[in-house]
Design a protein around this ligand. Structure first.
Ligand code: F6R
Length: 252
């Protein structure tokens, strides 16, 4: 039986503020109790407004990230940290450079390791999430393939952090930002489906009409590895945060 809930908002801004408020409430509760907060974060266009709201909360409402540990879902491979295409760069531009998170508490898979070191890095990444006590909140977007992180169709329920090959649709979607498909890395390192499902709470945001079909496929299909986001139906505390357009193909 599915236990997820859906929250539909008039706009992506309202959905983003809803999620930012949830994050803020948890950080403030944990800060008051002297506890760390462990956040799983996503890149892409979807979470940008939510990150802007967190930055505003930091600047105007004193929200402190000094006790926050972050783990990003994924990184392209190969990819240098300081490339403008890296998720490392994206996260610093869109969030980390504007808040008081400690650099040593930021975790993003490394896209610049030699191939022979990648498997060990993935094992270490997974172990580090566990060593921090697991993810309190995981933020997700969704790709047109139904990927979460870079868990493309065919990804298994028990998959953990690993190197993957990107689906052609994902490469096509990334191409404009890279100046052509030929410049998009063919591979990535991603947290697995099992890594994501271990989070105590998950918010998947999807905004705009180009997400309507995959949102409908995710929420109305049985669980299938062909739409990895359907695995979220197994999770006990997932909220799908949508705007009206992204929810437009869901049954009334
Ligand atoms: C990003 C990630 C991806 C994106 C998805 C949607 O870290 O893991 O799964 O969330 O590709 O991307 P946007 O938000 O650009 O539509």
């Amino acid at each position: 039986m599915s236990k997820y809930t859906t929250e539909v908002f008039d706009s992506a801004i309202d959905g983003s503020k809803f999620v930012a408020n949830k994050i803020k409430a948890l950080i403030e509760k944990n800060n008051a109790e002297g506890k760390k907060t462990v956040l799983g974060l996503a890149t892409g266009s979807t979470p940008v407004k939510m990150y802007k709201e967190l930055i505003r909360m930091h600047n105007e409402e004193g929200l402190s990230f000094a006790n926050v540990v972050t783990f990003n879902l994924d990184e392209y491979y190969p990819m240098e940290k300081n490339s403008e295409h890296s998720y490392w760069y994206f996260m610093h531009e869109n969030l980390f450079n504007h808040i008081d998170v400690k650099p040593e508490n930021i975790n993003i898979p490394l896209g610049n390791l030699p191939q022979e070191e990648v498997d060990q890095h993935c094992l270490d990444y997974e172990a580090k999430i566990d060593a921090e006590g697991g993810l309190d909140i995981q933020i997700l977007g969704i790709g047109r393939t139904g990927h979460i992180g870079f868990n493309e169709p065919g990804s298994e329920l028990d998959s953990v952090t690993r190197q993957v090959t990107l689906a052609q649709i994902t490469i096509d979607d990334a191409a404009p930002g890279f100046g052509g498909v030929e410049n998009v890395p063919a591979k990535a390192i991603t947290m697995g489906v099992a890594s994501v499902l271990k989070a105590r709470c998950i918010y998947l945001m999807a905004y705009g009409e180009n997400k309507a079909q995959i949102v409908s496929d995710t929420l109305t299909n049985d669980i299938t590895d062909q739409v990895p986001a359907t695995y979220l139906q197994k999770h006990s505390n997932t909220v799908f945060v949508l705007d009206t357009e992204a929810s437009s193909l869901l049954p009334a």
